[in-house]
Design a protein around this ligand. Structure first.
Ligand SMILES: NC(=O)c1ccc[n+]([C@@H]2O[C@H](COP(=O)([O-])OP(=O)(O)OC[C@H]3O[C@@H](n4cnc5c(N)ncnc54)[C@H](OP(=O)(O)O)[C@@H]3O)[C@@H](O)[C@H]2O)c1
Length: 320
């Protein structure tokens, strides 16, 4: 099968499309024919060797953590059958989703929402679960909370606005002048241009500051956080364990989200999408052969929503 691979850590020139064997299935794994894969900044950091300790340094290494597709071999599953349309995210640090076929654990996937395309569905599971687990679990978000989202126009941020609204929040989106209207169109109640305003000196106080872009800290935004407020970041920084320890002694808390793929959270996302409460935002779609360009675009940090790799044509969707 075709798969995007790297043979050493480095820049985008390291990415090639190679031929490798279709994966053999282990217990509880299904074989998926991949129709589309979502790209993420994590893929770029891994390609650059920033997570060597976790990925190991054996090559070739495959790329990508989230997909949509069709079950090709349901293995021992009692829930899924050949032909089911699914979406999902693989846990861990060894990507392998930008491939024609993928082995994935049953609890890392769920049925694909019926009202969206394969391309839209492929970019939901990593960012959607990140937002849900950050706001619901790490921030313990309640209805009526004032939520500030920094980095609101990217892959995570576009779903963060919508999910925070669905959870009953009043949402302030931090973005550049480029994306102010865009964030409003996604449901943000207020938008602030970070290129013009010092965020740490806003007049409002928030119950949750979701630092998607990751360039703040609890210390820096403490003045704009309510007394029991929570700062949640997507970026593990030096001193994070100290921060978690200090949480025992202070009312304002600092939390890190490390997303984990779970069927029940994918079901939550599927239900919300099917009810029209959340709409995935796709910025650009690239064919697999242009994966270098797609990664270059993510590296620009200007993506408005998700960057997707299309792997198989939809009109052959039921060609099993
Ligand atoms: N820990 C986890 O489990 C986890 C999970 C998912 C993602 N992440 C991390 O979360 C981060 C965001 O991911 P993503 O997929 O949303 O990235 P992304 O889609 O690449 O984000 C692009 C967005 O960032 C905005 N941006 C650029 N510079 C900014 C700045 N200085 N301040 C605020 N916004 C800025 C851009 O908007 P403008 O053009 O308006 O500036 C653009 O729309 C990444 O570092 C990723 O690795 C972590």
């Amino acid at each position: 099968m075709k798969s995007a691979l790297i043979n050493s850590f480095g820049n985008i020139e390291e990415i090639i499309i190679g031929e490798i064997d279709i994966p053999l299935l282990k217990k509880d794994e299904l074989l998926i024919e991949v129709y589309a894969a979502g790209l993420n900044p994590k893929d770029i950091l891994i390609r650059k060797g920033k997570f060597k300790v976790l990925t190991g340094s054996r090559f070739p290494q495959q790329i990508g953590f989230e997909i949509s597709g069709v079950v090709k071999d349901a293995n021992n599953s009692t829930k899924y059958k050949k032909g089911d349309r699914i979406f999902g995210m693989i846990n861990g640090w060894k990507g392998r989703c930008c491939s024609e076929y993928l082995n994935i654990l049953e609890n890392e996937l769920y049925y694909m929402p019926k009202n969206i395309s394969f391309e839209e569905a492929s970019g939901v599971s990593l960012v959607g679960q990140t937002v849900l687990q950050a706001l619901r679990d790490r921030a313990n978000m309640q209805r009526g909370y004032k939520v500030c989202i920094n980095g609101a126009s990217g892959g995570v941020g576009t779903l963060a606005i919508q999910i925070a609204k669905d959870l009953g929040g009043e949402v302030t989106a931090i973005t550049s002048y480029r994306n102010m209207d865009f964030c409003k169109s996604l449901g943000a109640d207020h938008v602030v241009d970070y290129t013009k305003k010092d965020i740490t000196k806003l007049d409002e106080k928030f119950d949750v500051f979701f630092d998607v872009f990751g360039n703040y800290s609890l210390k820096r935004i403490s003045e704009i956080l309510n007394k029991n407020g929570r700062y949640v970041t997507t970026i593990p920084k030096m001193g994070i364990f100290k921060e978690e320890f200090l949480n025992f002694f202070r009312r304002k808390k600092s939390k890190l989200i490390i997303v984990k793929s779970r069927s029940e959270d994918l079901k939550w996302l599927c239900d919300k999408i099917e009810k029209g409460k959340i709409k995935p935002v796709v910025d650009k779609i690239f064919p697999l052969v242009d994966i270098r360009m797609a990664q270059k675009y993510i590296e620009s940090k200007r993506a408005k929503g998700k960057v997707i790799i299309k792997i198989k044509d939809n009109n052959t969707a039921l060609d099993l």
